[in-house]
Design a protein around this ligand. Structure first.
Ligand code: ADP
Ligand code: MG
Length: 474
């Protein structure tokens, strides 16, 4: 229960605060505060997180003092109560109280909070102030042109649910993962577009790649504008962060994202993320961040099956206003089974080819186009080729390579094979382990490290690995 007195006193404080700081600062840092109680001359306010409290103390201490002087008097005091975050469970009772008396000078007031009229938008590289909120969405990515199939049903359904009711489903955060070119960006952009177009309330939707987020963060440190960076992200209603695997190993960026994540989540904002692998395989990611990712829903995108590939091609043909015979479509769908981006590339260049040469799209033209494109991209070696080469060179049996034996004559070739698989294929560590009798990824990592070390120290091995690689290049 919020006390009436506290409410009145806080409203008086807000009058002073509102006059002295920017609108955005007010919205971000003061609107989320809940006046909790008034005990004599001490006002207790609830703040969403420890970070929030520290931020207020670091940046707004003077203005808070002024507000208390006005609303209570010189001897007025302020106490923060932090709502401990417990995942999705909203906790209205203050779980922890920190007694911070406003008149002690425990924390220095680094910044004068009366900042420039608007906060610096981290997307404005030239430092121009843009007042308009750009979402960085590409309007071409919609649910309408996202072909549904078994490979993406759950991810699509969850995305659509979030798009219809951002932050009210239990899919918060929503994490979509899957390999390259399987439609992650398309799907999360579709969420953003849908919300921007259909929402009754005006919501600030923001799409940002993790790469861009990282460079903005680094810039903000360099330019001394971290406060603007944080304030900017904290106003977002729907934050779409693409390719979070990019944050791996970037501790400071992760920490900052962690605070933004907590703040948005606790303020009932929607978070959507993508990754090229499942969260548990995100090495170099802080545990506390990983555990946040599990609060909502994680859904994967798989390689589309033949029928879905056919439907995707038909979709492109229609969008391009072209015509391709069913026979040719089927050929293409059979042939290109890796990812949608590649499929799209082939179909579009086929259409372009035909229109340039004014020829009809027939099977021959299709075969030629596929050949040219696939040859270009197929520098990647297959697992079978590697295993063949290894059994040849070291005179071991395939069964031994995949088996359990720990004889050095087998272990070394096996480790070299794993090393080459990592270097020359697109397979994940897990998949490589799978090819070698279901060994787990830590065994594969160990093999790669061993061979890396040997290449540095053992000339024979360095030479033979080099020769093997040359073989594949032919
Ligand atoms: P990712 O982000 O997973 O690497 P993208 O979202 O960029 O992949 O998708 C690659 C291309 O394939 C995009 O042009 C996208 O529109 C298209 N695409 C992927 N999946 C589908 C689908 N199910 N239906 C229609 N187009 C798709
Ligand atoms: Mg992408």
């Amino acid at each position: 229960m919020i006390s009436k007195e506290a409410e009145i006193v806080w409203q008086n404080c807000l009058k002073v605060i509102r006059e002295n700081i920017t609108d955005q600062g007010y919205k971000t840092w003061f609107e989320p505060i809940i006046p909790y109680k008034l005990v004599d001359k001490k006002l207790i306010i609830q703040v969403p997180s420890q970070f929030f409290y520290e931020w207020l103390e670091d940046n707004y201490v003077k203005i808070l003092r002024k507000a208390l002087d006005f609303a209570i008097g010189q001897d007025g005091q302020l106490e923060y109560s932090i709502i401990i975050d417990r995942g999705n469970v909203k906790n209205n009772q203050p779980a922890l109280s920190i007694d911070v008396q406003k008149n002690n000078q425990r924390r220095p007031d680094h910044n004068n909070q009366v900042a420039s009229a608007t906060i610096k938008n981290p997307f404005d590289l030239k430092g121009l102030n843009s007042t308009q909120q750009d979402s960085f969405l590409n309007g071409n990515y919609t649910f309408d042109n996202f072909v549904e199939g078994d490979c993406n049903r759950l991810a699509r359904a969850a995305s659509f649910a979030v798009a219809q009711k951002p932050s009210t489903t239990s899919f918060n955060p929503l994490m979509i993962y899957g390999g390259v070119g399987l439609g992650k960006t398309h799907l999360v952009q579709a969420i953003g577009n849908y919300i921007s177009r259909n929402s009754v309330e005006q919501r600030f939707v923001l799409y940002v790649s993790s790469e861009k987020f990282t460079s903005q963060f680094i810039n903000s440190i360099r330019e001394n504008s971290l406060q603007d960076f944080m304030s900017f992200y904290m106003q977002v209603d729907v934050l779409i962060l693409d390719d979070v695997q990019f944050l791996s190993g970037k501790e400071k960026t992760q920490e900052t994202f962690f605070h933004i994540f907590n703040h948005l989540h606790q303020s009932g904002k929607q978070i959507v993320m993508t990754s090229d692998r499942p969260p548990r395989e995100l090495a170099g990611m802080e545990d506390r961040l990983l555990s946040r990712f599990k609060w909502g829903l994680t859904a994967d995108l798989q390689t589309p099956d033949l029928e879905t590939r056919i439907a995707i091609i038909q979709n492109i043909v229609e969008e391009e206003n072209a015509h391709i015979d069913d026979e040719v479509i089927e050929y293409l769908a059979h042939y290109i089974d890796t990812n949608v981006r590649e499929l799209e590339g082939v179909v579009i260049s086929l259409i372009a080819n035909a229109s340039l040469t004014r020829s009809k799209i027939d099977l021959d033209l299709a075969k030629n186009t596929v050949k040219n494109i696939v040859e270009e991209t197929e520098k990647v070696v297959s697992m079978d080729t590697i295993i063949d080469a290894i059994t040849d060179q070291y005179n071991v049996k395939v069964a031994d390579l995949k088996g359990k034996t720990r004889l050095r004559d087998v272990v070394l070739p096996r480790q070299i094979a794993m090393y080459l698989a990592k270097e020359m294929t697109n397979l994940s560590l897990k998949a490589i382990g799978y090819h070698f009798g279901g060994r787990d990824h830590s065994t594969v990592i160990h093999a790669i490290q061993t061979i890396n070390d040997l290449i540095d120290t053992d000339r024979e091995i360095a030479k033979s690995v080099k020769e093997l690689k040359m073989k594949f290049k032919k």
